[in-house]
Design a protein. Structure first.
Length: 841
RNA sequence: GCGGGUGUGGCGGAAUGGUAGACGCCGGGGACUUAAAAUCCCCUGAGCUUUGCUCGUGCCGGUUCGAGUCCGGCCACCCGCACCA
């Protein structure tokens, strides 16, 4: 006899232990079933699992469990993206060691994930902060160095002069250090780079093969790589020098009214040597923000160097050369020809400094003198452009490039927006870069047999700066080449490096090398990768680059790491706030502190109302967070999982609500009551229910494979209602068993318990997805909409496949149709078979 | 600023160019109960002159027999912008 209510507090743990004991989620690479590699982006161990993680991993889990039920050998691993700044911040703020803090968090979060019943292969767990992981990363980095994919050069960092520390962009607030409040300076340091640009064309071309990636992500990457074809050419300057500029619009060369260089361009620096106003201007630019967003939103500012540039088509024409804050040194040559008529940035600059704005492209020759109120980037024909007049934009581009090449002052050139990847971080909690600096031999790689270069444990975070630099002994080593005194590299690798190959390490974990080539060949590519849209560009591009780099140096034979990608939305929640009467700043309250009703919300503490604010991404600062553990404790893992899948399409944001999770808890119990009605002694057929059953199996499978979990959930609801209403029969019992199977990827604990109680053998987690009888999918009647002039007037229920003429006759015979027609003459009748009739009068 | 996305009832959403609002939440009514919880049933886009009609998918316009869906232009919000992960 089964209990009245399903009790997750004891059932969840029992089945989780049963899965562990059966080791049913460990991937067997010797299996001859078709493989399926399901991977969710691994989490940063920040402390506790966030509800957003729960959503991400629930989606992957449903797919992994479904794939296992449909006969696949599934690899569904989990690990920890364990290096990063928060551990160092915790060390500084709480006096804990980054390693201790990180491993403690991992233990906590692992227990939380276990409580949710995810079908993960924990035998392959990795933490990137473990030397057994990052040691192999160091080896791969050295391999890339040997292959010429790693180099060093000067590059700017944000320097906090008070804390004597390099700051990340997010640590710079309004141009000041977040801790010290000091004005941040740009400082040049020698840093390590990976040559991602060597693969620019391949990374771009590869996007075309990624059919199962969202179009938007491919577009974003394409724009990020930013291939552009244009003209690089040389201006002769009035001071006797020359200046190389790059333009994607050589056709507009007659519209150029000035030339601009980046503040850190050599020409700008040369001018600053002799002109202190220029030096001050450059100083001002350096004090500003470093990010592209800040540069481009800042007011356009320039400094006239007094130098003139000779127009290549008109030796008498001189263009003033400016230093301008909106020109980027990293793109092209760091210098541009500015065409205000056809580039909005140039337009704003020209307006501000009173420079000429000339139209050189118009819709037609007659429009040559149409006034410009903003820059026009559209197509048209060339005007006011001497020899180019009348040409189209593409013709003029070709003509100018041809002229430059034949006259020897420039050449057509492909330029990429993509820049090489700076991987140096002046921080402790990361992978040590395995190099040694020797006064005699220069930069020397650490010999492979000396890997891993591990982090020293005795470090002091009470003072700012990189502890590796000031550690008493760690960096002092003998040069591997000459044996003389030398120093270790104290920079560590960007944490994006850790996440650029972890999916390979999951496939196999040999101790003596990063991965096994055959195992990688067996499991890769990842069949379904799931993560947040915020990783659309950087992480995914870096992982694609590492895959190419490792293939290039002969380590693997994988073209693309992720065959199919899915980007899920965020979990959001209402905010509850009051205005602080003293400063007008909002004071936030957590969901646990308030009492929510249909009328509004009141604070439990004082019973007075609070304002219900916008529904936004959960964040600690807004206190609109819920803790997954609390929810699992109150409603059980299955209700939480069900909520994560319900309602919102997975690619969109999911608003968490208390009433929503309560509804899910109720549905778990409702299913439980239905499951307990399973009776293998029942007899009799129920054709309609049988039809519904098979339609539901097919539709749910289709929905899960399309990751449309919200639709699969709706199918289960619908089918549940149908089974509940059906009178007892063998079909009904069969339907109940089917429902256990359909629900099992989403609500595995409930399903295991019910499966067991119904007397079935084995675990439902190892059962097969129920087969579909195609004959039962077809309906024999259809409902046809009848429209008059596009408006619905009636519906008809007819046999499926009824000939068009008969449908038309039935529609015209309808009383409602005749009334709507009101005697008007029928001009045309459109019949869509089995769907609709539209009568046009 | 640039690149990418999203917008449908009170709320989350469904809908191969073909019946807009499936399914769920909230709310309302009823049954059961001494009562409550739990459960079950019914109703639930707006308006109107209610056998039915009109309006309605962010806003403005277009294509079509027919537009939530396609095209053009706007608006709002979200994501990314290279040292957050």
């Amino acid at each position: 006899m089964t209990e009245q209510r399903f009790d997750p507090s004891q059932a969840d743990g029992r089945w989780q232990r049963a899965w562990d004991e059966a080791r049913c989620f460990e991937a067997d690479s010797d299996s001859n079933r078709p493989k399926s590699y399901v991977l969710e982006m691994f989490p940063y161990p920040s402390g506790r699992i966030h509800i957003g993680h729960v959503r991400n991993y629930t989606m992957g889990d449903v797919l992994a469990r479904y794939k296992r039920m449909t006969g696949h050998e599934v690899l569904h691993p989990m690990g920890w993206d364990a290096f990063g700044m928060p551990a160092e911040n915790a060390a500084m703020e709480q006096g804990v060691h980054p390693a201790g803090w990180t491993y403690q968090n991992i233990a906590t979060m692992k227990a939380q994930l276990k409580r949710l019943g995810f079908a993960l292969d924990w035998s392959r767990e990795i933490a990137t902060c473990d030397p057994s992981y990052y040691g192999h990363e160091q080896a791969l980095f050295l391999d890339m160095y040997e292959a010429g994919l790693v180099y060093r050069r000067q590059s700017a960092v944000n320097w906090d002069p008070v804390d004597q520390t390099v700051l990340a962009n997010e640590q710079v607030v309004d141009g000041r250090g977040w801790r010290s409040g000091a004005l941040v300076e740009k400082r040049q340091l020698n840093q390590w780079f990976l040559k991602i640009t060597q693969f620019a064309q391949d990374l771009l071309g590869g996007l075309g093969t990624l059919e199962d990636w969202p179009e938007k992500v491919r577009l974003m990457q394409e724009n990020w790589i930013g291939k552009s074809e244009g003209l690089q050419f040389r201006f002769d300057l009035t001071n006797g020098d020359t200046l190389d500029v790059y333009t994607t619009r050589p056709d507009t060369i007659f519209g150029a009214s000035f030339v601009a260089v980046a503040p850190d361009h050599p020409l700008a620096e040369a001018v600053a040597q002799v002109n202190c106003d220029a030096a001050k201007f450059i100083e001002k630019c350096r004090a500003g923000g470093t990010t592209a967003a800040e540069l481009e939103t800042a007011e356009k500012l320039g400094f006239d160097t007094g130098i003139g540039a000779v127009h290549p088509f008109d030796p008498d024409k001189r263009l003033p050369v400016y230093i301008a804050n909106f020109v980027l040194m990293d793109y092209g040559t760091g210098a541009i020809m500015a065409v205000p008529g056809h580039d909005q940035r140039d337009f704003e600059f020209a307006t501000k400094y009173g420079l000429p704005i000339v139209r050189v492209v118009a819709a037609s020759a007659e429009q040559a003198d149409a006034p410009l109120t903003e820059a026009e980037a559209g197509d048209g024909v060339l005007v006011h452009s001497a020899i180019l007049d009348g040409m189209t934009v593409p013709e003029a581009k070709r003509a100018v490039i041809a002229a430059a090449e034949s006259q020897g002052w420039g050449e057509g050139k492909t330029v990429w927006r993509l820049r090489d990847w700076g991987v140096s971080r002046q921080r402790y909690w990361g992978t040590p870069i395995p190099f040694i600096h020797c006064g005699e031999c220069g930069v020397v790689p650490v010999p492979k047999e000396q890997l891993p270069v591990t982090l020293p444990e005795d470090v002091d975070f009470s003072i700012p700066g990189n502890p590796l630099v000031r550690h008493p002994t760690w960096k002092h080593v003998d040069c591997p080449k000459c044996g003389g005194a030398a120093e270790r590299e104290t920079d560590t690798l960007d944490t994006f490096v850790n996440s650029s190959w972890y999916f390979l390490r999951f496939a196999s974990q040999p101790a003596d090398r990063p991965f096994d080539r055959d195992e990688v060949a067996k499991w890769l590519p990842v069949d379904q990768y799931i993560g947040g849209i915020e990783h659309a560009i950087l992480h995914l591009l870096y992982a694609r680059f590492w895959t190419r780099a490792l293939k290039h140096i002969g380590k693997i034979d994988v073209a693309e790491p992720f065959r199919s990608l899915f980007t899920q939305g965020m979990v959001t929640h209402e905010t509850y706030e009051r205005k602080n009467p003293e400063n007008g700043q909002p004071v936030y309250f957590g969901p646990g502190e308030i009492e929510r009703s249909a009328e509004g919300a009141v604070l439990k503490a004082d019973g007075d109302p609070v304002t219900i604010g916008r529904v936004i991404k959960m964040s600690k600062s807004k206190k609109n967070v819920v803790d997954p553990d609390d929810m699992v404790e109150r409603y059980g893992a299955d209700a939480v999982r069900w909520f994560m899948l319900s309602d919102s399409p997975p690619e969109r944001d999911l608003p968490w609500s208390e009433s929503g999770i309560e509804g899910c808890g109720r549905f778990v119990q409702r299913l439980w009551r239905l499951f307990s009605q399973y009776d293998d002694a029942a007899t009799g057929e129920d054709r309609a229910l049988q039809r519904k059953q098979h339609q539901t199996i097919a539709a749910a499978a289709e929905d899960i494979e399309a990751l449309a979990f919200n639709k699969a959930v709706a199918r289960v609801y619908e089918f549940t209602s149908a089974v509940e209403k059906a009178p007892p029969s063998a079909t009904r019992s069969e339907s109940i068993a089917t429902l256990m199977l359909l629900a099992s990827p989403m609500m595995p604990h409930l399903s295991e318990e019910a499966w067991h109680n119904a007397g079935f053998d084995g675990l439902v987690s190892e059962a097969e997805w129920p087969p579909v009888d195609p004959a039962l999918l077809i309906e024999d009647e259809v409902t046809i909409a009848v429209q008059v002039k596009g408006k619905l007037r009636d519906t008809l229920t007819v046999a499926k496949g009824l000939p068009q003429v008969e449908v038309e006759a039935l529609a015209l015979a309808s009383e409602k149709v005749q009334r709507a027609l009101d005697g008007a003459e029928v001009r045309k009748v459109i019949v869509v078979p089995d769907r609709l009739v539209n009568i046009v009068a």
